[in-house]
Structures are given as C-alpha cells and as structure tokens.
Design a protein around this ligand. Structure first.
Ligand SMILES: Cc1cc2nc3c(=O)[nH]c(=O)nc-3n(C[C@H](O)[C@H](O)[C@H](O)COP(=O)(O)O)c2cc1C
Length: 342
C-alpha cells in the first residue's frame, strides 16, 4: 500500500465526507453557481454547490438534471431556508438523489434537517459560533461551514481567524470547513493543521472560464484590491442593514443617500416605519443579477470577498485547483522540514 502524502492524511476527513479528490469546496453563489460552474469545479477535483436561490422546485430539478448530465462526480445543493417553498425544494433534492445539501441564510429548523436525512442526504449548515455548531450537530447536521467577515456576499461580524479559534477546538465530532478570505494553499495548509476538514471558497472561483458571469464583472474583480471589497453601510440604528460585502461602486454611494432620504421621509411622517424599512431592505433586490448577468457593475452589486485582491486573471477551475493543491502540499512539506530542523 502506498503511503499517504501529508495533504492526503490531513484531507481525509473532508474528502471522505465530500466524496471529492481535494478538500476544497466551491461555495454556492447566487446567479453564478449553475450547472456549468459546478461541473467545471467538480471535474477539477473540488466539491461544489449548485445555487438554488429563488428557483422554483421545477427550476431546481432542471438545474440538478443538467449538472448530473455534465458530471459523474458528487456535488451539493445550496438551499436558502427562508425560501417560501423550502420543503418542496428539499423533496426535489431527495427525488434527484442529491448527496449533499447545505442550508444557508440562518439556522435551519429540525424539520428541515430531519427531512433531508430521512432522504439519505448529508446535511451541512453554517455555524456562526461554537454554540450554534453544537446545536446543529445535536440536531443531526453532518458537517459545518464557518464563514468569516472577510467573505463575499452576506457576512457575519466575526473574522475567519477568530471563528477558527472559537469553533475548531470545540467541534471534533463532524467535519468543519473554513470559509472567508481563503485564496492560497498556504492558508489551506494552516486550516488543515488547525483541525479543519477543508476550505470553502467563492471569490477565488468567480473568474473561471466555466463561469458565465459577465466579462465586466470579471474585469471589475481583476482590477480590485482587497480594500475595494467593503460591506454595505447602515446609517440609522432604527433601520437595520444586513451587511453584504461587494466591490465599492456607485450603488454603494446611492444606497447611503437613499437611506438618508428614506430616514428623512420617515422623520417627516411621510412614511411609516414599516414602509421605510421595506424601502431600505429592498434597495439591493436584483442587484447581484444586474451586475452578474447584465454587466452593470456601477448600479449592480459586485459581491466579492476581500481576497478579490488576489484574483489577477481569468483562468480555468482546473488551473486554480491545481495551484491551490500544489501550494498546500509545498506549505505542508515546508512546515514538516522546519519541524525536523536542528
Ligand atoms: C458573488 C457571491 C455570491 C454569493 N452567494 C451566496 C449564496 O447565494 N448562498 C450562500 O450560502 N453563500 C453565498 N456566497 C458565499 C460563498 O458561497 C462562499 O461561502 C464565500 O464566498 C466564501 O468566502 P470568499 O468569498 O472569501 O471566498 C456568495 C459569495 C459571493 C462572492
């Protein structure tokens, strides 16, 4: 029997769970993670999630079928728990024999977890603290993703490095994958050494040839530095804004002045609090699609994590995965030889 490499040893928990060659997950990205993107990722040796977003059950069934037609490899589906037809979407995943589902957008209900598990599906969920993680595991979740503040899209308040220290030492029962700000093999090696089962990435896999994202969006990524990927600003404590990280553009400026305008109308009693809240909450509706599909990178939302500063070119999923794996292996070997020194 051939000896396992350092990477294979440290990856085993993650790759056995995912059924992929490498412990690398392409995180679902709304309007981006379609059958072409997912099959490109899994055929390159990673694992990946199809984004369901606001799909109807029929649309999800079609996209799963399309993906299954493009690859024999395992892939998962990302379901947003607040979707009004969430239980029907779960049924579609069971019927289509999807192997893994990640429940996103909050803490899932016990009923959702149970229904997926009864259908033979491995259930994953996001854990924002060790306590949430333990609750999820007690209720049957099979693996966790911890995602830090530096990630693209909707973000929590805590950085990846702090979450890792808060969660990894206390959750050994199930695989834990780290997300947010991952862009090189050196950091993947660190995560694996600290007990992670692998890493989930989104931003680093936008500019792949297999992604149908508009060229203007890809170019905005390639131009951007890590400082350009900022969260949306809330200007009034009465009107909460869920922070979303994206490349700073005209829409960010407009959002700030729009909030000022709405707050003023509320103060002048031209709007009720509910009307004002709805106006602010719906400002970004359709903004990601506008940027991803129409290429309107000024008025749309160019969601991106801080690691966008390391995205320098359009290339293939295969090349990025190969680079990440080589870097991880080298970093692990380097650490091993440093430990053996003297
Ligand atoms: C453009 C974009 C859209 C995203 N959409 C979703 C989504 O629909 N559902 C979800 O669970 N996560 C979403 N994410 C988060 C990713 O799945 C992934 O966890 C995150 O990008 C990891 O952090 P990184 O951006 O630093 O690599 C999105 C991220 C980006 C950049």
């Amino acid at each position: 029997m051939t000896e396992l490499s350092l990477l294979e040893k440290l990856s085993k928990k993650g790759t056995d769970f995912l059924g992929s060659k490498y412990p690398i997950i392409g995180g679902a990205m709304a309007s981006i993670s379609d059958s072409k993107w997912v099959s490109g990722m899994v055929n390159a040796g990673a694992f990946a999630f199809l984004s369901c977003g606001s799909f109807t059950p029929q649309q999800l069934a079609n996209e799963i079928e399309l993906t299954q037609g493009k690859t024999q490899k395992a892939f998962g589906v990302n379901l947003i728990i607040l979707h009004p037809q969430i239980m029907e979407l779960i049924e579609v995943c069971v019927k289509k024999k999807v192997t893994h589902v990640i429940l996103a957008g909050g803490v899932p209900t016990v009923e959702m977890i149970k229904k997926l598990k009864e259908g033979g599906i491995k259930v994953m969920a996001f854990s924002s603290t060790a306590a949430v993680g333990k609750w999820l595991i007690r209720n049957g979740v099979d693996a966790l993703v911890i995602e830090g503040h530096e990630s693209g899209g909707h973000v929590g308040p805590v950085s990846t490095i702090v979450l890792m220290q808060e969660v990894l030492p206390f959750v050994q029962k199930v695989p834990v994958f780290v997300a947010g700000g991952i862009g090189t093999g050196e950091i993947i090696a660190m995560c694996l050494l600290l007990g992670a089962a692998g890493c989930q990435m989104g931003t680093s896999f936008i500019c792949i040839e297999e992604s149908s994202v508009h060229q203007a969006f890809k170019k905005a990524y390639i131009r951007s530095t890590s400082r350009d990927a900022v969260t949306t600003k809330q200007i009034s404590s009465t009107f909460p804004v869920i922070p979303v990280r994206s490349v700073y553009n005209k829409a960010h400026e407009d959002f700030e002045s729009y909030q000022l305008h709405v707050v003023k109308d509320y103060e002048n009693e031209q709007l009720t609090i509910e009307e004002a809240r709805t106006k602010i909450e719906t400002f970004w509706a359709g903004a990601l699609k506008k940027a991803v599909i129409e290429g309107d990178i000024d008025n749309g939302s160019v969601m991106a994590g801080q690691i966008v500063g390391l995205v320098k070119e359009e290339t293939t999923a295969q090349k990025i995965v190969e680079r990440l794996v080589t870097e991880t292996q080298k970093a692990l070997e380097k650490m091993k030889s440093r430990l053996n020194e003297g």
